[in-house]
Structures are given as C-alpha cells and as structure tokens.
Design a protein around this ligand. Structure first.
Ligand code: ZN
Length: 418
C-alpha cells in the first residue's frame, strides 16, 4: 500500500516526467531499469509519440477563484491536453468540459493522446454551480519530441524460459486501475528476488498500449523464450478474483491460474480471451500470440469507480493487495513445479514398499492420499502429463503430487523430461 500512496499524487501519462518519476520510484525499490525510446520511433504500426509535460492548469472565475484546479486533482485536466491561455465564456468552455452525469460527485478521467485538443474534467455538481460569464483558462503544458519511458526488470532463473509480468503505469491519480497492479508486481518481484527459481521472470512497467507495442517491437528476438505471462491491474479493490485466459486458452499459465483459483476456496471468475482489456491485447495479437492472461479483481469498465476520481486511496486496501499477491505466489509455485516425468520402472507397478515409500499395512492405510499420489504420478508419468495435468485428472492436490514426485525421483523411479 506504501507504493500506492506514494505514487497516487503523480500526474502520469503515456510519456513525460510523471511517468519517469513513477519509474524512478519502482527502480529505487526493486532495481529495475528505465529505458527511453525516442519520439518518432516506428514500432510496428505505431509511432512513439511526443512527450507531454504539465506544470499547472486552471479555470478561474471573474473573482479570480480557481473553480477547476489541476493542483487539487490531476484528473481535472484532459490527459495530454495541448497548452491554452485565454478568456472563454461558459458557453465556449462547455465544449471542453467533461462530466459524469449519473455520478454527480465524481470527476471523470479523460485522455486525448493521439488527437490534439484540450479540456477539463469536473463533477456534474461543480459544473452546475458555475455561473455565466467570462473564465480565465490556463493549461501550462508542452507536447514536444522527447521519449517514451518504461521500466524493466529480469529476475533470472536457472533456465532462460521466461514468464512476463506486465502492468500499465500511465494513469494519473487512479489507485486501483494502474497503481494496484504496479504495487503487486513490485512485491512479487521482491519475493522472487529472494528465491532460486527455474523460470526467469521479466517485469514490465509500461504506458498502456503504446508501451507494450514499443517493447514487443524492440524485443522480437526474446519472444520465443516467453512461455507465458500475465497483465496485472485492479488488484486492490474488494471484488472477487477474475482471470481472463490467454488467446491460446489452455496454456500452462492458464492451467496454473485456474488451478490456483479453483483450490483457493474463494469466489472467482474465469473468462475466455477477448481482444479488449489491458495489454494482453498486444501480447495476444495474432502475430505475437504469447500465452499472456490477465489477473484482476474488478474487471475494467464494469465498476462505478472505473476511470473516475472515486478510484482513490480509499477504494483499495492493503489486505486486498496482499490477497492478490498471495494468489500470484501460488501461481508461481505451480509454474515452478509443474514438471513432466518419465516412469523408469513402467513394467507393472514398481514395488514401493521395499523402497520405504508405501504404507505397508494391507487393508487400512493411514496415508491413503500419499499412496494415491505415488500411484497417480507413476502411472501418468509417460512423458506426456505434467504434474498439474495429473492433479486435474486425479483430483489430488498439486502440492501432494510435487512431494510424491520428489520422493520418487530420489528413489530413482522417475526422470524429469526436458
Ligand atoms: Zn484504465
């Protein structure tokens, strides 16, 4: 929650100093790199945009009072607004004002990255209180060539097979949508940095859409190493867990996630891939087709607080963030241990008793699950079934199969399949 609180006031966008400041904070805590890609760089079908920076913006009434004030909330300016300085009547100004009519107290989050315009966002109640007359309008922003910034951290495992963990970090003061994903990703990176893992984990902190496209376009040589991944967002609210499958639909990451949610004892939702949402859209575009799913609690676009000033610090909690992290750590456990084996004594059942592996008592057994775990692993380990697949077939807990396979491996009855 510390990161959410620290990063909340910063005015982020898809480029600019707010984004850079956010990436510096992440770098300070997990040692990630900050990469800059020059404006104008062609990335697939897109071009890296100019940099947007803003220092102040306001609408002042005839008494000189700021009735809309960027210093109070960075949502009050349309993100990527071009500079403007002048006097406007309320009628002229209305074309540049954005509200949410059915949530009269909330300020909307509005962007205009690729069409040059300017505007302000305010609550319907604030708009209603504005009197006719002239207003002094200032947006002190610049849109100039610079660079797009993103953060990257590779936590190396013993193999070069990689899991991609990606979150967008381009939204200004929105806690659940962007900051919760960043915070949980940072915590996961910290916990992986303390472990010896088989897989490598690549963390990306990117501006939405253009950041993922930029990374993909500049790293095509790495794509064959990526065995799966996740986009993280909306992980701090109190809704139940939601997993959106990758375009591949039944990849190892998809299977691992579904297993963890099913065995969590908590309510959850699983839905098939659709080409809308977060940056899984880019990772799952047909020419890329990585096995990247999406982990959220609330689903984008479906909750009242989404892209409004009500997605604030009180909408997310430490406890919810920690529960989300715990799900991810369990998914990592499954991915790290979901190995495939070959039974080295496949002619009839090997005699487990003489190896001290089987409860010798005929009839009643005090360890029925452990014994069943041995039998399932031995029977299914023909080189084609991973432990997770055996768990799905047998209904035996994945952890019990991991333990059983480890003992069978020690006894020389299994060999890992590469
Ligand atoms: Zn969003």
């Amino acid at each position: 929650m510390d990161a959410v609180t620290a990063l909340f006031p910063i005015c982020r966008s898809i480029t600019g100093n707010g984004l850079r400041q956010t990436l510096s904070y992440i770098k300070k805590h997990i040692g990630s790199d900050i990469i800059e890609v020059a404006s104008g760089t062609q990335v697939f079908d897109w071009v890296v945009p100019d940099e947007w920076n803003i220092t102040d913006a306001y609408v002042k009434n005839a008494d000189g009072v700021r009735v809309i004030d960027f210093q109070e909330s960075n949502l009050s300016v349309v993100n990527f607004s071009e500079p403007v300085h002048g006097s406007f009547s309320l009628e002229e100004l209305r074309n540049h004002l954005h509200t949410i009519p059915d949530q009269p107290n909330a300020v909307p989050y509005v962007t205009s990255y690729y069409k040059r315009t300017w505007g302000f966002c305010l609550s319907t109640n604030t708009l209603k209180a504005l009197e006719d007359g002239a207003y002094d309008v200032h947006i002190d922003s610049t849109i100039e060539p610079g660079s797009l910034s993103y953060g990257e951290l590779l936590v190396k495992g013993s193999s070069n097979r990689e899991i991609l963990i990606s979150c967008h970090c381009c939204h200004p003061s929105l806690a659940n949508d962007n900051l919760s994903g960043i915070t949980v990703a940072m915590a996961l990176a910290k916990s992986l940095q303390k472990m010896d893992t088989k897989l490598s984990y690549r963390f990306l902190f990117l501006p939405g859409t253009i950041g993922a496209i930029t990374w993909l376009a500049t790293h095509t040589e790495l794509l064959p190493n990526i065995v799966g991944g996740l986009t993280l967002a909306n992980l701090g609210d109190s809704a139940f867990f939601n997993y959106k499958r990758s375009r591949q639909g039944d990849s190892q990451v998809d299977q691992a996630f579904e297993y963890v949610l099913q065995s969590s004892g908590k309510r959850f939702g699983i839905r098939d891939f659709s080409p809308y949402g977060y940056d899984e859209r880019q990772y799952c575009s047909p020419g890329i087709n990585l096995a990247v799913g999406s982990f959220t609690r609330s689903v984008h676009g479906t909750f009242d607080e989404y892209h409004t000033s009500n997605d604030n610090l009180s909408f997310v909690s430490e406890d919810n963030l920690e529960q989300s992290l715990s799900i991810l750590e369990q998914v990592v456990f499954v991915l790290e241990n979901d190995d495939t084996y070959m039974n080295m004594s496949p002619m009839g059942e090997p005699q487990l008793g003489k190896r001290g592996l089987y409860s010798e008592m005929g009839g009643y057994s005090s360890h029925p699950d452990q014994n069943m775990a041995y039998l399932w692993v031995l029977n299914m380990s023909d080189g084609n079934n991973s432990l997770l697949q055996i768990s799905r077939k047998s209904g035996i807990e994945f952890r019990a199969l991991v333990e059983a396979s480890s003992r069978l491996l020690d006894a020389g009855l299994l060999e890992a399949v590469k």
